[in-house]
Design a protein around this ligand. Structure first.
Ligand SMILES: *[C@@H]1O[C@H](CO)[C@@H](O)[C@H](O)[C@H]1NC(C)=O
Ligand SMILES: *[C@@H]1O[C@H](CO)[C@@H](O)[C@H](O)[C@H]1NC(C)=O
Length: 176
């Protein structure tokens, strides 16, 4: 009887260990990638261009209705001049909020160097730029990131108000 109870307890502990390991394995199955996104709006070689806007788009307000096309470099460290370019962020962002500066980001992170070279991730989500941390969805990918899901966290490093180059740190949590 005592032996049976001990065995049952052992089995329970094993089951708990398996559940714990599975959860741990899930976390371990997530690839974390940190890149720096450079949106260059000014100067001779802009990487972000306003391609459309409504007649009523108000630049003194939220820019609601404007659409910007981007082909922004992604680097491994914050400074563009001194870090490796590991890819490009290609797509558009739309000023999609009438009350605050809130963007709808639609972009592919296309990796062109480093360990993810040749693969890409599709990112879509709301980016309220004045918030400290913005969360967006990773909705797919290609190459090693086929069938990817996940999320991105964006944190502004440099607003670009003075420099004309907005730098944002993107931390990606990818399940593929
Ligand atoms: C643009 O937005 C500013 C700031 O909210 C406001 O003062 C101004 O009246 C707006 N201009 C137009 C044409 O709506
Ligand atoms: C990235 O991959 C492409 C295609 O395989 C290759 O031609 C290129 O040299 C690679 N670039 C780097 C920096 O590894």
């Amino acid at each position: 009887m005592a032996k049976a109870a001990a065995l049952q307890l052992l089995l329970l502990l094993c089951a708990a260990a398996v559940v714990w390991a599975a959860e741990d394995g899930g976390a371990a199955g997530i690839t974390k990638i940190k890149v720096y996104w450079h949106d260059i709006l000014a100067g001779p070689n802009p990487t972000a261009m306003r391609v459309a806007q409504a007649a009523s788009t108000n630049a003194s307000s939220t820019y609601f209705g404007a659409v910007v096309a981007i082909d922004d470099p992604l680097t491994s460290a914050p400074a563009l001049s001194s870090s490796e370019v590991v890819g490009r962020a290609q797509g558009t962002y739309t000023f999609a909020d009438q009350k605050v500066i809130g963007l709808l980001m639609n972009m592919n992170f296309v990796f062109t160097a480093g360990e993810h070279n040749g693969s890409s991730l599709a990112i879509m989500g709301r980016n309220e730029v004045m918030s400290a941390v913005r969360e967006m969805s990773i909705v797919g990918g290609s190459g090693k990131f086929r069938m990817a899901t996940g999320y991105a966290e964006a944190r502004t490093v440099d607003s670009g108000f003075k420099s004309g180059e907005t730098v944002v740190e993107y931390t990606l949590f990818v399940k593929a």
